[in-house]
Design a protein around this ligand. Structure first.
Ligand code: HEM
Length: 130
């Protein structure tokens, strides 16, 4: 039997923007993690989402649009309000769910792998602070 899969892969910056918008809807609706964005870091989504698009465009497609150190703001955030294992589990769960809701293919697979490994490194670096 032919299994039809009508989802496309992540291909464009617009795809990444849609992914980030939907991912952040989930993060910001969950009280176990949303305060880190709204109360602690006080992010401006209109500024933040395009930075995330630059980041993922560089990670997935070597676009060279992100030139900062993504670890640093998270270490600073942790010093203001501790980031625990459960925050990373929640972040990754929503990230993977959003990818799978919207996309399928090699890049969809890769972005989940990269997110998982970057989250692991982030937690190691956070542990090294204390
Ligand atoms: C517990 C999990 C996480 C939380 C609560 C979190 C929260 C945040 C917050 C609040 C900011 C804004 C910081 C600021 O501008 O002051 C931020 C920025 C960012 N986050 Fe995360 N994050 C998490 C995990 C991750 C992971 C695993 C990745 C990558 C795989 C990631 C990628 C980024 C990037 C690229 C930025 C932009 C950094 C910049 O401005 O250059 N985050 N995050």
């Amino acid at each position: 039997m032919l299994i039809m899969n009508d989802k496309k892969d992540i291909e464009t910056r617009n795809d990444l923007l849609l992914l980030m918008q939907e991912f952040y809807k989930k993060l910001l609706a969950d009280n176990s993690i949303n305060y880190l964005f709204t109360d602690v870091a006080k992010i401006d989504l209109a500024h933040h989402l395009p930075v995330l698009v630059d980041f993922w465009d560089s990670v997935l497609f070597q676009s060279d649009t992100y030139h900062k150190n993504a670890m640093q703001p998270h270490l600073a955030l942790h010093q203001q309000s501790p980031l625990g294992k459960h925050h990373f589990e929640t972040w990754l769960r929503y990230f993977k769910e959003t990818v799978d809701d919207l996309f399928a293919g090699d890049s969809a697979f890769n972005i989940k792998e990269r997110a998982t490994s970057i989250a692991t490194v982030m937690q190691i670096k956070i542990k090294q602070l204390s």
